[in-house]
Design a protein around this ligand. Structure first.
Ligand code: NAP
Length: 436
């Protein structure tokens, strides 16, 4: 019997962990042949374009991805876009199983008046902008006002608020896009306000991200002490406080009571504030919030409002999938049952399957469960045409693992001279040039 051939679409964490699960399995003594198809010439998904540049340790998971990529039977096929260069139907006909691992890349909307004003930006665009994603490098963002507002009480909101509030010299030795670094060095922003719509006890942050805030060398971080003690009281009135909430509230209390350095860069965290409207003549000038309270466990408006004059609003309120033809979407995710799409041999993993939740490692067990299901549904290998023949016949330039390694080496060498981990290439043609 020939080997089973599996296509994974998307070279992010969920895709690599799906490949890893396939590599540790075999059928009748035969390993799987895995083709990982990626739109960009560069792999690693959110590890490259999502993780904050001042969090290099989180990015070290890329070593695991490279180990997976250099196993026998694995091919990276970069610079190939589903729907443009090859259709899902073609892949389904060619492969024994298709796994969609394309994540969720579109920012959720606040749905309030003024959201479309210039300098009201989604974190789904802002984060890949500072991370040198070629499709986002031309994002227009203006840092000329002293005050910026971030909406959302999750880790993406913290990343964005920290990136805006820190002293950009703390980013000089990171892989932040050079154009972003230049702009941040000239930024007038000195006050960043982050707003959660519910109480501090409901925040989606994780405590390590909160605990690093008071360690910022050039930024004072503020939280109202009374707001945290009220949240602690509310949380404990419902019984024992769950461990993660307790750790979050302790980290926030530590921020509230920490000695301040008296520096001019300030980051403030606020809760119980729902954005109602963004105002301005063509661009962001002010944001209005409804102030909330917690009554009988429910977050309700008090009827009072608060306004903040600001020049930039970034909403970090979650993501949904970019919709592709031939798939059904439900609540921003691809409709699936335990990862299987209908009764087909097409599966979905990662954020496209379960929504934008969990840390990178969450994808390992999640992808592994989906692969078990995929394997249980395999019958006989198809033994059909090789995708590389089809791509060549269409004159599509694809990037192999070797080509990517050449791009990777070029970026790392450019970084070495500057004491940075890498200097990311943002021009697709330049990437293709290095890939040969
Ligand atoms: P998230 O954790 O789901 O947080 C989204 C936040 O947006 C919540 O506070 C939510 O409030 C709020 N929100 C949603 N709709 C809103 C609206 N209409 N108005 C105001 N606020 C609204 O999502 P995320 O921050 O995008 O993060 C996605 C995942 O990536 C998470 O699992 C996160 O932990 C992970 N991540 C991890 C790291 C890290 O480990 N360092 C870094 C970045 C991201 P409600 O709770 O009230 O809905």
């Amino acid at each position: 019997m020939a080997e089973f051939r599996i296509a994974i679409i998307g070279a992010g964490p969920a895709g690599y962990f799906a490949a890893q699960a396939l590599q540790s399995a075999e059928i009748d003594g035969k390993k799987f042949a895995i083709d990982m198809i990626e739109k960009l010439p560069t792999p690693w998904g959110l590890v490259r374009s999502g993780v904050a540049p001042d969090h290099p340790k989180i990015k070290s998971v890329s070593k695991v991805f490279e180990k997976i990529a250099t196993q026998e039977g694995f091919r990276l096929i970069g610079n190939v876009e589903l729907g443009r260069d090859i259709s899902l139907k073609e892949l389904e006909e060619m492969y024994d199983g298709v796994i969609i691992a394309t994540g969720s890349t579109v920012g959720r909307k606040l749905g309030i008046p003024g959201e479309e004003l210039a300098n009201s930006i989604s974190a789904a665009d802002f984060v890949p902008w500072y991370n040198a994603h070629p499709e986002y490098k031309n994002l227009e963002v203006d840092f000329s006002d002293q005050v910026a507002v971030v909406i959302g009480a999750g880790n993406v909101a913290i990343d964005v608020a920290r990136m805006l509030a820190l002293n950009p010299k703390e980013l000089d030795l990171t892989d932040t896009a050079q154009y972003a670094l230049d702009k941040l060095h000239n930024s007038a922003i000195r006050e960043v306000h982050l707003f959660g719509r519910r109480g501090a006890e409901h925040a989606a942050f994780t405590s390590p991200e909160l605990r690093e805030l008071p360690k910022l060398e050039y930024t004072d971080v503020f939280i109202d002490e009374g707001e945290i003690s009220a949240a602690q009281q509310r949380a404990s009135s419902a019984g024992e406080i769950p461990k993660d909430i307790k750790a979050n509230l302790e980290a926030m209390a530590a921020i509230a009571t920490a000695d301040k350095k008296g520096v001019d860069r300030k980051l403030s965290l606020h809760f119980l504030s729902t954005p109602l409207e963004i105002k301005g003549e063509g661009r962001v000038e002010e944001i209005i919030f409804s102030l909330n309270e917690v009554k009988d466990g429910q977050v309700v408006p008090t009827g009072k409002t608060k306004s903040i004059k600001c020049g930039l609003v970034i909403s970090a309120i979650g993501y949904r999938c970019l919709e592709m033809p031939g798939l059904i979407y439900e609540s921003g995710k691809i409709k699936n049952t335990d990862g299987r799409i209908g009764a087909s041999n097409t599966y979905v993993v990662g954020w496209a399957k379960r929504g934008p939740s969990g840390v990178i490692g969450t994808n390992k067990s999640d992808s592994s469960e989906v692969i078990k299901l995929l394997i249980s549904n395999l019958t006989t290998p198809k033994n059909s045409q090789d995708i590389l023949e089809i791509l060549s016949s269409r004159n599509i330039t694809y990037i192999s693992q070797k080509g990517w390694e050449q791009i990777n080496n070029a970026e790392i060498s450019a970084g070495e001279a500057l004491g940075k981990p890498r200097v990311k290439i943002t021009d697709l043609q330049e990437m293709l040039g290095f890939a040969g």
